[in-house]
Design a protein around this ligand. Structure first.
Ligand code: AHR
Length: 322
């Protein structure tokens, strides 16, 4: 399940950037310098991702310049500009949101510094602004959750009222986990999304939004669809405080499949957790080395992931790495 498959599409863009980069660190036998702008530290997933990136850089002998954007796009733009000024060999970043990246990425392109996206995609017209994107297929994750819900409620007439706890507004996982779910349930009118609000991928945000949902909709809610485990754990606290039994009165669907999410499944409070792996460091360092060495890299590297219903949680939990 943890294997990474590389889509066969090879990119000339990568090769072009690589040749430019190949004249610097690699050609001169110097250690490669990678500037990495992280989203922040909003979730257990993010913490595990940071650990993975730092450990993989160390193992690969890559000089890592790490910057935490504290979930603000302007901080990421500032960090990328600073990496350009420092003439790093490669820039990688996990974009807070999808839009608004053209100007700074054009600056990186003019400076001939290749850019790698990790974890989250961006919305740009010019495909040459980045070499490759390494991470999950969030649409597919949303579809997986939708199909699980179809199966769970196949013998019930409905309505099945869904309260959605969205991730950061404008981020790829929030956009795609919503869209993937909608794509699946749109053909069955018994499923209704009655409430949808962002909890910004944090436990506190999930709790706050769920408190408001519980007050407004109470027992009308059949399903909580939380875009990550941290928000699901916050929502569980809010439901329990409101006298609602998560996992029993309300079906809880979550994403990431962190240890915290698994524990909540073992405790009977999350019904299903769709996996999203944060362990992207080794793939990132391999791509960075290939780019600097002038080798072509796949345009898209998709992490292979699964889905865990609560009945397998106790058995699988000991093997979880994050
Ligand atoms: O981009 C990945 C998402 O960001 C994870 O699902 C979430 O936990 C994190 O904050």
């Amino acid at each position: 399940m943890k294997l990474v498959r590389k889509i066969a599409l090879r990119t000339m863009v990568g090769a072009a950037f690589a040749l430019a980069a190949g004249t610097s660190a690699f050609a001169q036998g110097k250690p490669v310098t990678l500037g990495f702008s992280q989203v922040g530290a909003e979730s257990a997933w993010r913490t595990a991702n940071t650990v993975s990136v730092k450990a993989a850089a160390k193992d690969a002998g890559i000089n890592l310049k790490f910057s935490d954007a504290q979930q603000k796009q302007e901080n990421q733009i500032r960090a990328i500009r600073s990496f350009i000024a420092q003439k790093v060999d490669v820039i990688a970043f996990s974009p807070v949101v999808e839009s608004g990246w053209e100007p700074v990425l054009e600056e990186a392109k003019r400076a001939k510094i290749p850019v790698v996206l990790t974890d989250r995609a961006i919305d740009v017209k010019d495909p040459s602004l980045y070499v490759t994107m390494i991470g999950s297929d969030f649409m597919e994750e949303g579809r997986r959750a939708g199909h699980w819900l179809e199966e769970r409620y196949k013998n019930e007439p409905g309505p099945i009222n869904i309260a959605e706890l969205q991730g950061t507004v404008g981020s790829a996982p929030a956009n795609d986990r919503h869209a993937g779910l909608m794509e699946v349930i749109k053909s069955d009118p018994k499923f209704k999304v009655i409430a949808s609000q962002s909890g910004d991928f944090t436990l506190a945000g999930g709790k706050q939004v769920m408190e408001a949902f519980a007050k407004t909709y109470g027992k009308k809610i059949n399903v909580v669809y939380a875009h990550n485990d941290d928000m699901a754990l916050g929502a569980i606290q809010a439901m329990e405080e409101a006298g609602i039994k998560p996992g029993k009165d309300v079906t809880v669907v979550s994403f990431d499949a962190t240890k915290g999410g698994f524990q909540a499944m073992v405790d009977g409070k999350i019904n299903v957790d769709v996996e999203c792996s944060p362990l992207l460091g080794p793939q990132l360092m391999a791509a960075v080395k290939d780019i600097v060495a002038g080798k072509p890299v796949a345009r898209r590297i998709v992490t292979d992931e699964g889905i865990f219903p609560m009945n397998v949680a106790a058995q699988v939990m000991p093997s979880r790495k994050y």
